[in-house]
Design a protein around this ligand. Structure first.
Ligand code: ATP
Ligand code: MG
Length: 361
């Protein structure tokens, strides 16, 4: 799948931007703070209904306006799909082919994207919450039920934690009620995540070998906060500790991903470059997995990634993403590959685009 046309209104510093994208490589080029990443963010919202830099839609509205609107015309195997996301007066409106949809979950899977920025190093070295976020956003794109289960889990977890913090005498019987539903949803999330990472791992070594000339063995797996026990046993065993600490210490909200290179944990042993390559390989493995499972190629969004890669890895990246619509931001015009569509961005406007230039000739 690919995005043919993107229209962005009053979104961050873009008051009215309209672009026709190419099917392959697209470069957003311009100096710092001109609105390149903002356009990627708009595309990301078309895919998953929310931005990655903020949860607050209000912050996305242009300072001089009271609404934002993003429209994307996408080409899928079976035809065109128009997706609109807008926000006004504290409410988000989503339409698919002109039909309003009530839930963000219905947007999931319409247009899939894989997003990568230097920030994705978080995937490797930062807090477990960043790694869980990676799994949660990406599995949700593939599976609406996962997204819904995640919302449900967080609601039950909040209730359980409120109970643990309360002054209630009979916490134990309250826990028995909450735990039943928490266990059912939690086990579902854990099994989906394990399956997802197994699928990533199946494709990961091949991708990583292209970048590293077969020199490294990379592994990725799920790190369970329950240890060897099932979630049910672990949660029940943790009741006393949870009551003492007034919070839920076990469960999918405490789990993590383990990544190793040559059997050593990447978090503590890998160099910056190795960490970056590992993160990129994981994202590209994911791209392949998305493609195999949905039958459509997802869109690859790369924010400021090229300048961080050496020439060899850059060439490998372009090679590995052939046939994928890639949207790449860069400050360096020279980064743009021959034959790619180039959009020069300045102060929230596209001032020149190679497709329009061709059309006017
Ligand atoms: P860099 O190369 O530094 O990454 P960029 O071109 O990717 O730059 P963006 O992050 O897309 O830059 O845009 C940054 C600009 O958008 C900033 O100048 C910021 O002040 C502006 N901006 C952010 N939110 C809003 C908003 N709600 N309304 C207007 N402008 C905004
Ligand atoms: Mg940027």
């Amino acid at each position: 799948m690919f995005i043919k046309k993107l229209v962005v209104q009053n979104f961050r510093n873009h008051k009215q931007t309209e672009i026709i994208l190419g099917e392959g490589l697209n470069f957003f080029v311009g100096p710092n703070a001109q609105g390149k990443t903002n356009l990627l963010e708009a595309i990301f919202i078309i895919c998953v209904g929310r931005g990655w830099r903020t949860n607050k839609d209000k912050e996305l509205i242009n300072f001089d306006s009271d609404f934002y609107k993003i429209e994307a015309t996408t080409q899928k195997d079976f035809g065109e799909v128009l997706i609109e996301v807008s926000y006004k007066d504290g409410k988000k409106y989503i339409k698919i082919n002109g039909v309003p949809i009530q839930k963000v979950s219905s947007l999931m899977g319409q247009v899939n994207c894989v997003f990568f920025s230097p920030d994705e190093l978080k995937l490797i070295k930062e807090a477990p919450s960043d790694r869980r976020r990676f799994m949660d956003i990406d599995i949700s794109q593939l599976d609406k039920n996962y997204f819904l289960a995640l919302i449900k889990y967080n609601k039950i977890l909040a209730q359980r934690n409120a109970l643990l913090k309360s002054q209630t005498e009979d916490i134990k019987s309250g826990l028995e009620i909450w735990d039943k539903s928490l266990i059912a949803v939690g086990e579902y999330l854990i099994s989906k995540r394990i399956k997802f990472l197994k699928n990533i791992e199946k494709r990961l070594q091949d991708v990583h070998s292209v970048f590293t000339n077969n020199e490294e063995i990379i592994k990725i797996s799920y790190e369970n906060s329950c240890g060897e026990s099932s979630f049910e046993t672990a949660l029940i065993n943790a009741r006393e500790k949870d009551t003492r600490l007034k919070t839920t210490t076990i469960g999918p909200h405490r789990d993590d991903i383990k990544i190793s290179i040559n059997t050593r944990d990447v978090r503590s042993f890998a160099s910056q470059g190795q960490q970056r390559t590992a993160a990129l390989s994981i994202k590209l493995a994911e791209l392949q997995f998305f493609k195999e499972i949905t039958g459509e190629t997802p869109i690859l969004l790369l924010d400021d990634v090229l300048s961080e890669l050496d020439e060899n890895r850059r060439a490998k990246l372009i090679e590995l993403t052939r046939g994928v619509q890639c949207i790449i931001t860069t400050t360096e015009k020279n980064d743009a590959e021959v034959g790619a569509e180039i959009f020069n961005i300045s102060k929230g406007e596209v001032i020149l685009n190679s497709l329009q230039q061709k059309q006017s000739q």
